[in-house]
Design a protein around this ligand. Structure first.
Ligand code: SF4
Length: 497
């Protein structure tokens, strides 16, 4: 059963230039996924809260599918999790299994039909799939499916193709596990998946483990299992973190408990380093410590590499805060709050007025004049992608009376686009792909600009640099990207690809 969302007049961002021009000057995360098997719990409500904690990973649409035996119920719509769902809707979604998704579109336009979970009917009943990541061979997979007479695509997403590929294998006579593993062997790229079926729920990571996925437990007798993109999705419902799903692993959670299958011949961990720098919530745990601790170390490293004389260190809130505190600790320059963020601004489809637009960024960030006036300021940000927001922030700091503005960035220059589920624009939109550090400093209007080095970023992980993807800083893509796809985004390197 598909519960119909009410008619929505939400405009399609892809259809509006003004909305596109409001895109934040940051890479955009693909998605958050959540799954639960808990016959004695209100699985829809627990999934709602899990998605609520994962909201930072995607704000365009949200959806939940529940399974009550063979009966699947799906509800999805455009908007934030709290806008899409209410008690009434969740009360109409009983079940023992639930899968949830919150989305930022990286493939397929931003339309409700493309919201997830993607539900596909098979010989063994329905499956509901929630995907974080991006396939690099989506068009080849589509051709493969069309050649097998699977032509009825409801959406323009690669996620639906994975669901259809699993369904096609089930229809060949395979059971859920065999079908899923056969389908994953057709997929190339980044995918952390949560898949609900009438029998159980699966958690899967691609052989490189580019996107995170963790397992939690809920209660002890009986023990129930939860899957989430980040540990903050477990914390909110009181689940205990058990472990990560490993690269190339499938966990199958049923009434019998949790079973693990290492389905890939050559798993090779390449976790997205940007998850640690910017995307993941600071209170989430990766690599056995909070992301906050890593970002603090990054800030310390940045200070070791690029300290300068100044009166205060401030952050671009919120994501720059831990690195700014680390920078302050290492340099001995006091940390202060110089910019206050409107935490409720979210994503708005209402256009600001012309005069608001001219006043720059203040809808989101407001400078504290009495903190900044007469001060030499170091401002720490986690990344610069296009540079448009940085310029506005620097101007606002100067307007508030800062005598010098030095920008320090806790990631290296972003020179290459991402093909693995993060929207970092095409290469010609990336300011560091076409300009030197000095030219960027001039463009954004700072007295000095420095980035943490690639080595410094890796040193701060306290882990083996080979276990991370850092292609957007190096162009060294760990999963081969087909030429056609490269040409769509790597326009400055066409000669080389
Ligand atoms: S290219 Fe960059 S954003 Fe994309 S997965 Fe690799 S590190 Fe992450």
């Amino acid at each position: 059963m598909i519960l119909q969302p009410p008619h929505s007049s939400t405009p399609n961002p892809a259809e509006s230039d003004q909305i596109i021009s409001q895109r934040p000057d940051k890479p955009e995360e693909a998605c958050g996924v959540f799954g639960i098997y808990a016959p004695d719990e209100d699985v829809a409500k627990l999934t709602y809260f899990g998605l609520f904690a994962l909201q930072h990973r995607g704000q365009e649409s949200a959806g939940i599918a529940t399974f009550e035996g063979e009966q699947v119920r799906l509800y999805k719509n455009m908007g934030l999790v709290s806008q899409v769902f209410n008690e009434d809707i969740l009360n109409q979604m009983p079940g023992t299994i639930a899968v949830g998704h919150t989305r930022y579109s990286t493939t397929g336009s931003s339309r409700v039909v493309n919201a997830q979970p993607a539900v596909v009917n098979t010989r063994l009943g329905s499956l509901a799939l929630a995907h974080n990541g991006n396939l690099v061979n989506a068009s080849e997979l589509r051709t493969h499916l069309e050649n097998r007479n699977y032509n009825e695509f409801l959406t323009t997403t690669d996620s639906e193709m994975i669901a259809i590929a699993i369904g096609a294998e089930v229809d060949q006579g395979k059971d859920w596990l065999e079908a899923a593993i056969s389908a994953f062997n057709l997929c190339e790229g980044a995918y952390s998946l949560v898949i609900g079926t009438p029998e159980g729920v699966m958690g899967v990571r691609d052989p490189h483990g580019v996107r995170p996925l963790v397992i939690g437990t809920l209660g002890t007798n009986p023990m129930r299992y939860v899957l989430a993109s980040e540990t903050c999705g477990l914390d909110i419902i009181g689940a205990e973190y058990l472990r990560d799903v490993e690269p190339g692993e499938l966990v199958w959670i049923t009434e019998a408990g949790m079973a693990s299958f290492h389905w890939s011949q050559k798993p090779q961990r390449k976790l997205c380093i940007f998850e640690m720098i910017y995307f993941a919530r600071p209170d989430s745990v990766m690599q056995d410590e909070s992301i906050y601790s890593y970002r603090l170390r990054l800030g310390r490293q940045l200070a070791k590499e690029a300290a300068t004389d100044a009166d205060i260190v401030i952050a671009v809130p919120d994501s720059g805060v831990p690195a700014a505190i680390g920078f302050s600790q290492e340099s001995g320059i006091p940390y202060a709050e110089g910019l206050i963020k409107n935490r409720y601004v979210g994503r708005t489809f209402i256009q600001p007025t012309q005069s608001m637009r001219e006043s720059g960024i203040r809808m989101k960030l407001n400078p504290l004049k009495d903190v900044l006036a007469g001060k030499r300021v170091i401002i720490v940000d986690d990344s610069i992608v296009r540079g448009t927001t940085s310029r506005k922030i620097v101007k606002a700091l100067r307007d508030a009376g800062a005598t010098e503005v030095h920008m320090r960035v806790s990631a290296p220059p972003v020179t290459h686009p991402c093909f693995y589920g993060i929207d970092t624009d095409s290469q010609d939109q990336l300011i560091a792909a076409t300009k030197s550090v000095e030219e960027i400093a001039e463009q954004i209007g700072v007295d000095s600009l420095a980035y943490v080095s690639w080595d410094g970023m890796m040193l701060a992980t306290q882990d083996n640099a080979n276990t991370f993807c850092s292609a957007c800083f190096t162009g060294d893509y760990p999963i081969p990207v087909p030429e056609r796809l490269k040409r769509s985004k790597l326009m400055l390197e066409e000669a080389k690809v």
